[in-house]
Ligand binder design. Structure first.
Ligand code: AQP
Length: 334
């Protein structure tokens, strides 16, 4: 059976190396393996946190440009903007009526993002996992690529699909399976090896953006936090050295090799030797992506054309699913 994949990113800011190595690169493999892929720019999710209305449109186009520059082929995969497909919010409402608040209260991402003042957090942030469940179920997705931080949300989507099918005694929603991405793709902050590299972290020096030029990439790697020890000969020697482990992980992912192999080459060497090598590799891999992104961003009409076509493809799948869902639930449909 052909896998049907859905995966998305939020246009909250520039994409970074973590988004590329942890998600986008893998999306391209899935597409090239022949899976039927739906890749979304989830702008409705992006507004669950404070944002600038004047920046949203460009951020949305930039994420789409990054997908294409990173290897998503809009002829093969449906590349769409979430808010262009009404079914996402329609289905979310329907599914919200069968989601228990207690389950949402247990979501660790809500706790992290809401911080200390939970009562001041918006309903959108609280119900984010229901919208994500709608994103997934709307396309009858069979597999969702998930990192550690999204596992809980996928589990909720599976539960909601099961609840719906059971309550209405139908086999309507596909219960999606996780598609576990390879180990070593979690990229950590360049300033703190215990935090993931993130779009929303305060310090821009903590991440490598896909929009950074070669000088900026080199500067960020040069200034990345490390320790005074040389690199060890094997991964065991990195156990209590999260920042060093992160740089080795990044090198391995960019070079498409293993951490062990990287340490075979660099074991015993200092960071003053390793960092320039990492920097050269990062620039070699990212520079073509950044160049292509810039080209695409200079022709916004072309990006919009691609997004219109992607929306048509997404809508063709989504609309009948919403219709069928509403019929099953007993709504008047004219
Ligand atoms: N540091 C990371 N390492 C590996 N993968 C990562 N992803 C995000 N950060 C890393 C993956 O990229 C996709 C983006 O999903 P998102 O747009 O919903 O963003 P996010 O997961 O909330 O994390 P970001 O990109 O850093 O944004 P903010 O700071 O706004 O939360 C997902 O597949 C994610 O696993």
């Amino acid at each position: 059976m052909t896998k049907r994949i859905l995966s998305c990113m939020q246009p909250t800011s520039h994409l970074h190396l973590g988004n590329y190595l942890g998600a986008l690169k893998n999306w391209v493999h899935l597409q090239d393996e022949g899976a039927e892929c739906f890749y979304g720019v989830v702008d409705l999710h992006a507004i669950t946190q404070p944002y600038e209305a004047g920046d949203l449109l460009d951020a949305t186009r930039e994420i789409a440009a990054a997908y294409i520059a990173g290897g998503v082929d809009p002829e093969k995969s449906a590349l769409f903007v979430q808010s262009a497909i009404p079914g996402h919010s329609q289905l979310m409402w329907l599914l919200a009526t069968m989601t228990q608040m207690g389950k949402l209260e247990r979501m660790t991402q809500f706790k992290d993002k809401a911080g200390k003042h939970k009562e001041r957090a918006g309903l959108g942030l609280f119900s984010y996992p229901v919208l994500m469940a709608a994103d997934i179920l709307l396309y009858k997705t069979t597999h969702v690529p998930v990192g550690e931080d999204q596992k809980q949300h996928l589990e909720l989507a599976r539960e909601i699909a099961g609840t719906f099918n059971h309550r209405y005694d139908v086999e309507h929603f596909v219960v999606p399976e996780p598609y576990i991405t390879g180990a070593g793709t979690r990229v950590m902050s360049l300033r703190d090896g215990s935090q993931k590299m993130s779009k929303s972290a305060d310090s821009d020096m903590s991440r490598i953006n896909l929009t950074d030029d070669a000088d900026m990439i080199a500067k960020k790697i040069r200034k990345a936090k490390t320790d005074p020890e040389p690199l060890p000969g094997d991964l065991k020697g990195l156990e209590a050295r999260p920042e060093a482990l992160n740089l080795v992980t990044i090198y391995a992912a960019l070079a498409e090799t293993s951490g062990e192999k990287v340490l075979e080459e660099f074991g015993g060497k200092s960071f003053s030797e390793f960092k320039p090598a990492l920097s050269d590799l990062a620039v070699a891999k990212l520079e073509p992506i950044t160049r292509r992104m810039n080209e695409l961003m200079s022709d916004k009409a072309e990006i919009d054309n691609i997004l219109v076509k992607g929306a048509e493809r997404a809508q063709a799948v989504a609309e009948p699913v919403v219709e069928d869902t509403m019929k099953i639930m007993g709504f008047w449909r004219g």
